[in-house]
Design a protein around this ligand. Structure first.
Ligand SMILES: [Zn+2]
Length: 313
């Protein structure tokens, strides 16, 4: 039968394979929070809200080539998470730290299945686990590989890293033809643009903009900014500066706007920079016509088109 909530046992030969250990604490926290947000702060299986969520790694197993592939991340409630890791839940129960009957009850309730269905599924899951545990597994973290710095990682897992070079070694000051763009490579994790999208503007001298653009590209590819950024090209005339625009999806999402601001700060932008809505840009509001909200916080009332909530941090 088709079950909504299934038991997923990681082969014992692959217990140390996980994304979490390959990332920095900061990266994992960002990814975890984005996953919760993506699932609207609900359990991705039973849909319960107002609960502590866990970020669960979904694995696919290629039993012919013994490749264990990370298919994605999902937000799970405590009980769905225990069901997924039924083997570990059993160990916790033996230690008196968990009531296994509550875990099984949750499984039956979410799946609307009988106890016999549960037992058959459990037996099958443990059988598969035994078979898979006889093999060594090559870890393929798929699209998440771009998050990992070559010198990072725990060195325990054999990793498949995709080599790619999308020609992002073009230096903005040497390029011609308007803007150069960079993106995060994979947009599933970042919310789509709202009518309140906008960007942080970083103005830089000719001698600094190329290097800073490299850092922006790296941060983007590690999912530490938003979806996209752009940089002006060519040498700026004397007395003028080039600009890098780092976009966010919604200026009313203060937390997201400030998360990006903190990242810009961590890669070198310490002085105050303006944030400008795209609506303002489209309406032709340039230069000193921006209205800054000096408190740095968007007002509770956000009037679209009034060009009000602008940060300057
Ligand atoms: Zn759940």
């Amino acid at each position: 039968m088709d079950l909504r909530l299934t038991i997923e046992l990681v082969p014992s030969t692959a217990w140390n394979h996980n994304l979490r250990d390959l990332l920095t604490r900061d990266q994992w926290d960002t990814l975890r929070r984005l996953t919760y947000k993506h699932y609207r702060y609900r359990c991705g299986i039973c849909q319960v809200s107002d609960t502590t969520l866990y970020c669960h790694e979904i694995w696919q197993y290629d039993d012919d080539h013994h490749i264990q592939k990370l298919a994605g991340l999902i937000a799970l409630c405590k009980w769905c998470h225990h069901c997924k890791h039924m083997g570990y839940a059993g160990i916790l129960a033996l230690d008196g730290e968990l009531d296994l009957t509550l875990v099984v009850q949750h499984f039956l309730q979410v799946n609307g299945c009988s106890r016999e269905d549960y037992q058959a599924h459990r037996a099958q899951a443990f059988q598969t686990h035994r078979e898979r545990s006889q093999h060594e597994w090559t870890l393929d973290i798929g699209k998440y590989a771009r998050l990992i710095h070559p010198e990072q990682g725990n060195g325990r897992a054999h990793l498949l890293l995709d080599e790619e070079n999308d020609g992002d070694d073009i230096r903005p000051t040497q390029a011609t033809g308007g803007w150069l763009y960079a993106d995060c490579g994979d947009a599933w994790w970042y919310p789509p643009d709202t009518p309140r999208s906008g960007k942080w503007l970083v103005f830089l001298d000719n001698d600094a903009i190329d290097d800073y653009w490299r850092l922006i590209q790296l941060s983007l590819s590690m999912w530490r900014l938003g979806r996209v950024a752009k940089v002006s090209t060519g040498l700026a005339p004397a007395g003028k500066q080039g600009v890098i625009c780092v976009y966010t999806y919604d200026y009313a999402d203060y937390e997201d706007v400030m998360r990006v601001r903190r990242e810009l700060s961590s890669i070198g932008t310490r002085r105050r920079i303006p944030y400008k809505s795209n609506a303002q840009t489209r309406a032709g509001h340039y230069g000193q016509q921006w209205a800054y909200n000096e408190s740095g916080k968007a007002p509770a009332h956000v009037h679209l088109g009034s060009f009000e909530p602008i940060y300057r941090m």
